[in-house]
Design a protein around this ligand. Structure first.
Ligand code: AKG
Ligand code: FE2
Length: 446
């Protein structure tokens, strides 16, 4: 398709109304600090452990024409040699293609269509455990569906460098890696999010179990991870893609009433501030940059993403909603240059990437404002909102956002082609919207 990239969304027409909220709304530093502190969240974006399945849970059948069988309770090196020989070199997604590059990923893999496992994930209680750990906030009412994806063998010298698992749907929650109890050294899975790191050492977990066991780790799909080099033995894993399932949309799947967590710290602090007439006396707008990335397409409805929020993001949304604040998910777009490092155009919808070629010399941002009802906002707390030359007087709305957690620049869709995934998958990209909450004037707060 050679046609110019178009902003393919509803056209709102010219906006003539100018509403200015340019003056910085008043919230004291202490008030903002208390909100920031209340955001502190120390639950990791992953859960891990060991399970002792029924004996069949350690069985693996593989190969189509002459299938073979391994019981991992007693697998011999010869069994593992045969399994390794039946696998293919493991490719990975780089930009818009699948590539084989041993400097990035050295391992062999087998597709799910070529093997079969007897492990009963639901029956073993593992899915329920992962649901308890990874479904937060609005998502507590969801369930998890696990889809078998690949088998990987890492032998001596194998590794898979840092990547994020490829987004495969807006309903994708994460990945589950199950490690069989084959002796090996090295091969830990290092997982990183923001400035934290967790190391998952399956081998040391399974060797300490009284009976043959499996080690598992489940993590949100936007968590960066790396298989460190295996220094001896063989490390055999099966991976699953985890998806959200809405029990309400699945007859026959019973919904378990979520065990609502105690009122969050954020909710308590925000409730206190809302009662204080000196907190944003004339009202204002709070912004929460999200901690996680979410798979989207250009057709994804932002408001439908609320139930897919993960970890601390889900808690923020839930806290605001329970205070009747009507949080909304918004994206902020801007093209890269110094002015735009500070300001952007906020929209309640996802639009095509910023390469938009406009007619009549209009800029990308002015088109977003004029055509799509975008709102000019500050992306950092210290920005002074000033009208750029490309926004005519009388056009559009300006809103000063008081950022409680920093805006996540991953909204710049142009970066996407550079990413590393575990497989190229057309269509979905990771994006991090923000949660925007309008606070009414003190006199209008109940
Ligand atoms: O085998 C593993 O431990 C996980 C490999 C991985 O990260 C992947 O396949 O995406
Ligand atoms: Fe991965």
């Amino acid at each position: 398709m050679n046609s110019p990239r178009m902003i393919q969304v509803l056209t709102f027409g010219l906006r003539n109304t100018l509403k200015r909220f340019n003056a910085r709304p008043m919230a004291t530093l202490a008030q903002l600090e208390s909100l920031k502190k209340a955001l502190s969240y120390d639950r990791p974006p992953l859960c891990s452990g060991a399970i002792s399945p029924s004996p069949e849970g350690l069985y693996l059948y593989y190969g189509k024409k002459n299938p073979r069988f391994i019981d991992f309770a007693s697998a011999t090196p010869a069994d593992l040699d045969l399994l390794t020989a039946a696998c293919d070199p493991a490719t990975f997604g780089r930009g818009n293609e699948d590539v084989y590059d041993e400097s990035y990923r050295k391992a062999v893999k087998m597709d799910a269509s070529n093997f079969s496992v007897q492990l009963d994930l639901a029956g073993s209680g593992l899915i329920r455990t992962i649901e308890d750990q990874l479904l937060q906030g609005e998502a507590e009412k969801m369930r998890i569906r696990a889809e078998l994806y690949k088998l990987n063998v890492h032998d001596k010298g194998s590794f898979f460098k840092t990547h994020r698992d490829t987004p495969r749907g807006t309903d994708m929650l994460g990945s589950l890696v199950i490690t069989y109890p084959t002796p090996h050294e090295g091969g830990e899975l290092a997982l990183r999010h923001k400035d934290r790191e967790w190391k998952f050492d399956a081998n040391s977990l399974t060797v300490t179990q009284p009976s043959p066991s499996l080690a598992y780790v489940a993590f949100y799909s936007d968590i960066e991870h790396e298989v460190l080099e295996v220094t001896s033995g063989r490390r055999v894993t099966i991976t699953y893609n985890l998806y959200f399932v809405d029990p309400a949309s699945r007859p026959g799947v019973s919904a378990i009433t979520p065990n609502l967590k105690n009122t969050s710290n954020l909710q308590t602090t925000l409730r206190g501030l809302l009662k204080n007439p000196e907190f944003l006396p004339d009202g204002g707008t709070l912004g929460f940059g999200l901690a996680h990335l979410y798979p989207v397409t250009f057709e994804t409805e932002l408001r439908e993403m609320a139930t897919y929020l993960k970890g601390e993001d889900a808690h923020v949304y839930r806290a605001c909603r329970e205070l009747q604040l009507q949080p909304s998910l918004q994206v902020i777009y801007s093209e890269a240059d110094s002015f735009r490092d500070e300001c952007g155009v906020m929209l309640d919808q996802i639009v095509r990437d910023p390469d938009y070629e406009c007619e009549d010399g209009d800029s990308y941002e002015s088109t977003l404002i004029r055509e799509l009802g975008g709102v000019l906002v500050n992306k950092t707390q210290d920005t002074v909102l000033k009208r750029p030359h490309w926004v005519s007087d009388g056009e559009g709305e300006e809103v000063f956002i008081t950022w409680i957690s920093p805006f996540n620049e991953q909204n710049q869709l142009e970066d996407i082609s550079m990413t590393y995934g575990n497989e190229f998958c057309a269509g979905f990209i990771y994006c991090s919207p923000c949660i925007i909450v309008r606070i009414p004037a003190a006199s209008d707060r109940v």
